[in-house]
Design a protein around this ligand. Sequence first.
Ligand SMILES: Cc1cc2nc3c(=O)[nH]c(=O)nc-3n(C[C@H](O)[C@H](O)[C@H](O)COP(=O)(O)OP(=O)(O)OC[C@H]3O[C@@H](n4cnc5c(N)ncnc54)[C@H](O)[C@@H]3O)c2cc1C
Length: 259
Amino acid sequence: MKIVVLVKQTPDTAKLSKRMDGLQLSADGGPRIVNPWDEYAIEAGLVLAEKNKGSKVTALCLGKPEATEALKRAIAMGANDAVLISDSVLAQADSLVTAKVLAAAIKKIGEVDLVLAGRSSIDGNNAATAVQIAALLDMSMLSYVASIEAVEEGSITAVRAVEAGRETVSDNLPAVISVVREINEPRYPSFMKIRKATKAKIPIWGVADLGLSDGDVVPQVLWEMALPPSRNAKIDLINGTPVEAAKLLADKLMSEKVI
Ligand SMILES: Cc1cc2nc3c(=O)[nH]c(=O)nc-3n(C[C@H](O)[C@H](O)[C@H](O)COP(=O)(O)OP(=O)(O)OC[C@H]3O[C@@H](n4cnc5c(N)ncnc54)[C@H](O)[C@@H]3O)c2cc1C
């Protein structure tokens, strides 16, 4: 099987300050990590490759040159190779442009059976990239996958985590799937693989390498991004035993006409 895992490099939100200056989160070159959801996608790709001998896992990222670090992490976990797409015309890439570029790269890699992505990124958090790629490449789309049950004879069966519970679905390959945290526990890279990753040469493709023109990657204009104005909230603490507190709360909600 040929498996592509989408790996985004994101700011480390655990170490992020509250600043948000105009358009970009963490534009100050703060610490960057593999989008945590994508580690689950990498692990899912590696597990599938281990079950299907002769498979290959390629990690793919659109980002700045420093995003090679995220791809090296994927190689250290066990991916066979990686590709970075980086081009100055993509500096302002919006959601659709990002999907178009990643889709073109998947096409260029060729004969891909499965594309794995995280459920969303921790910075943009649109959860739209995988869906758009599936539409652009005319592939099946299975989102919020909590477990992959079977991949056989040109089809995939997976359990999706949906609001109402769990849903088991089957669809044809090639497919794009986005995964949720329940799917696995991402492995730690071994020392040997970290050494391999350090030495890995990661090709960098630009827009022209993907057969796209600058006109294909014109983004929408993002004028402003700002935090909502803060509000002064009033907090009433309800004391008493659980029974007394529940009664006081119910009285309050009724007097406010909430219930
Ligand atoms: C108008 C507009 C302008 C923008 N301008 C900029 C800008 O100037 N600079 C900037 O950094 N961002 C910009 N963005 C944000 C950028 O478009 C998003 O980062 C991108 O669309 C991915 O969306 P997301 O982060 O919400 O990922 P999601 O859709 O939430 O991600 C889902 C999954 O898709 C995969 N994925 C997502 N992005 C990538 C990637 N880059 N490489 C590999 N896999 C990926 C990952 O597996 C991820 O878990 C802009 C967005 C808009 C709408």
